[in-house]
Design a protein around this ligand. Structure first.
Ligand SMILES: CSC[C@@H](O)[C@@H](O)C(=O)COP(=O)(O)O
Length: 339
């Protein structure tokens, strides 16, 4: 396969490499993702993360394994192992459905490579389209708030919600960005803060619990988040804490926008209740770990509940900004996402 490089994925010497998103921003470590076991391990540990990126990494690895002569039966098995690596982000399943069709072709090796490269190129384009569509909603001088990480690290392009913010900033529309640190794994504090710094976009990092008081003070003009799955009724699963922001935005009369590519849509999923929510290890809540080591503050026997995502009901969303344009609440009510 040709050499390829995105912010956090690289194909070099016919092997896949990933930028370790758990070590960022203190360390920029490129790690091998040469086998299914390695990639699944990276995905579980969130070294590879973000809805679009998970799907793209899995597709590229399958294509590379095909080129290395792995049998069609073993590739089919690998595809299912990768599909099961994380349950909530539907981009993984949607991308792998396309890879499965390629795997069934007579020249499956070339078909897999072509499809994986197409998925990467498409994702880049989808991000650009989202950025353009979304920035038209940003008012001049805006102070925006975002949650988790939805930038170039999480996609093959400029990102989704963060892509909108970056594009709007280029147009001179953004005054500054409030970055939720995003407990428990700190994707905001580690990754979004780093990406905004690289892009020279003014930001202030806050703990998640500070968002309400900022809204009350009138210093948040709009909230922009990404999505891991959009159900047919418009309900959205995204990083835990997103729902709280939507409730707060509704109370304070602040627009709440979700930016995502069409690969995040699940028309077969009727509503948010049907979205599988990943539960994660207690250790993520009892302490924190990273390139600096790990710290535990909770008692050893602390009982923990740690859902990675929550569901924001469609009624709290002001607009779904897709690569195809902005979808309004009225259109969602009329069933635009229905199968
Ligand atoms: C463009 S990324 C969109 C979502 O995947 C993002 O908002 C999110 O919730 C990521 O969660 P993560 O657990 O870090 O993979």
């Amino acid at each position: 396969m040709q050499t390829l490089r995105t912010t956090s994925l690289e194909v070099r010497d016919n092997q896949l490499w990933i930028l370790d998103q758990q070590a960022l921003p203190q360390q920029q470590n490129w790690l091998p993702a040469h086998t299914v076991t390695q990639l699944v391990d990276h995905i579980h540990a969130l070294r590879v993360r973000g809805a679009p990126l998970i799907g793209l990494s899995a597709s590229l690895l399958l294509a590379l394994l095909g080129e290395q002569g792995v049998t069609r039966a073993a590739l089919a098995e690998a595809l299912e192992v990768l599909r099961a690596s994380r349950p909530t982000a539907v981009n993984l399943m949607n991308n792998l459905d396309r890879m499965k069709i390629a795997l069934a072709e007579s020249d499956h090796v070339n078909a897999l490579s072509a499809e994986a490269l197409r998925l990467v190129a498409e994702d880049k384009q989808l991000c650009d389209n989202i950025a353009r569509a979304g920035s038209a909603l940003v008012k001049p001088g805006s102070q925006l708030l975002t949650h988790c990480n939805t930038g170039g690290l999480a996609t093959a392009g400029v990102g989704t919600a963060l892509g909108v913010i970056a594009h709007a900033h280029q147009q001179g529309l953004v005054k500054s960005v409030w970055v939720d640190e995003t407990r428990p794994l700190l994707q905001g504090g580690r990754l979004t803060a780093w990406e905004l710094g690289e892009l020279h976009i003014p930001y202030q990092l806050i703990t998640d619990s500070m968002a309400a008081s900022l809204m009350a003070r009138g210093v948040v003009d709009a909230i922009w988040v990404g999505a891991d799955r959009i159900a047919a009724n418009g309900d959205v699963a995204n990083k835990i804490g997103t729902y709280s922001l939507a409730v707060l935005a509704h109370y304070h009369g602040i627009p709440f926008y979700v930016a995502a590519p069409h690969t995040t849509l699940d028309r077969q999923c009727p509503n948010g209740d049907a979205i599988p929510i990943e539960q994660r290890a207690a250790s993520e809540v009892t302490g924190v770990s990273g390139s600096f080591g790990s710290v535990q503050w909770a008692p050893d026997n602390a009982v923990v509940f740690n859902p990675a995502f929550d569901v924001t009901p469609a009624a709290l969303i002001s607009g779904w900004v897709l690569d195809t344009g902005v979808v309004t609440p009225e259109q969602v009510q009329e069933g635009i996402f229905q199968p």
